[in-house]
Design a binder for this molecule. Sequence first.
Ligand code: ADP
Length: 458
Amino acid sequence: MIFIINTTLDADVVPTLLYITLVFMSANIFSIPVFVTVAITSIAFLTFSFIADGGYRDEKQISAYVRCLVALTTITLLALRSKRSSENLRRKEAFFMGAQKLSHTGSIGFMIDKDETISWSAESARIFEYPREVTPTVALIKDRTHPDDLAVVDGVLQRAARQEKHLEAEHRLRMPDGRIKYVHMIANPLFNHDGRVEYVGAVRDVTASRQAEEALFHSQAKLAHVTRVTSMGELAASIAHEINQPLAAVITSGESCKRWINRPEPNLDEARRSLDRIIQNSCRASEVIACIRALSRQSDVQRNIEVFDDIVSDSLNLMQHEISSHQVRLSVEARAQSACVNADRVQLQQVIINLIVNACQAMAEIHDRPRSLRISTSVQDNEAVLEVADCGTGIAQDILATLFDPFFTTKQNGLGMGLAICRSIIEFHGGRIWVASTVGVGTQFMFAIPLTVPGDHK
Ligand code: ADP
């Protein structure tokens, strides 16, 4: 351009420079159609003044006019090209930002170095709730991170420092007004600057789906509570018997204790033995009552480290009468060897009780063979496994798949929610429940939940 201006520095150069300036300015200010109109008008004016001044008669002026025309046209085309690409860029950015906003996903780039340099998109700034103009830093991210989840962020930074291929984490943010947000971050290394790796990733605001999951979880827990209380109503007679039995034993032992003491020569040894039986049976009654209270307590889920076999034997304590009233012979094989699980005791008891009740009901119509129920626990592949095997009617293969669906029942007064709730409880514990059955032979329900080591808090 300097060359063109230098070689055209004659009478026509000043208007040409003015036209060029005008074209540049309109390229910056106006849309493409207006800009093209301005450019064509400038060329038209240049040509008009060339003709009006009679420049076509002078060879020198013709060549000056051609040079100006070439300069103006070239600059118009160049400006048009750059305007098109910048508009394309703007459109792409708008699409990109629109998609980020709609999907609540921001982009983020970072490098593990002294300055812990970060860059992020407008959506990432919105997710972390910082003004767009604030320069992002690791410190700002940590500032927003929930104090209990800082270790998660530090873990990601450490893995990035080790230049791991794939980073993924989910953690909570705590906003200045106390609101909690959940974000899911995923990043991969993209560039390598002299041994320093730059990660590029996405940050997604998953608060809405986590809240929906929590709401679903609470309604499931409430439903589990309601069905637990309902089934306790159905088991009331059996449960009352479980309390009555030790109370009757307390009375009998109390009376015999009185007799041993009232003898002319009191037999204190026998009296002591009677008292021991009284204490034993009172404890048993209070254990049963504690179990019932726990089963009917509010629906809040409380996971603790529990001994798996203890949960099973607690459930059996409540079911002894139910089992014997169905003339069922019970055999128990507790082989989980003090294996611990991180579980809500009451919820697991609910599952076990439900499986036992179903097994007893499935054997109610069996008269041609002994009704036997086998309950066994074991440890397999880092999981605590429970099997409830009956020799009842069995289940047809074609309905096995629908058994765990809500409201599936073959019983006249059944609700069909028992197994559906069992499955949601087991899945909540990170486990799985399954069934095997042969019609006319019997059914085995099994569930497995991950083991935990005491001191672990998942
Ligand atoms: P409900 O007991 O109210 O019917 P469940 O969800 O507990 O609801 O059980 C669903 C169905 O699964 C039962 O109606 C029954 O047909 C079948 N079922 C469950 N356990 C057994 C079992 N041990 N033997 C045979 N059928 C069973």
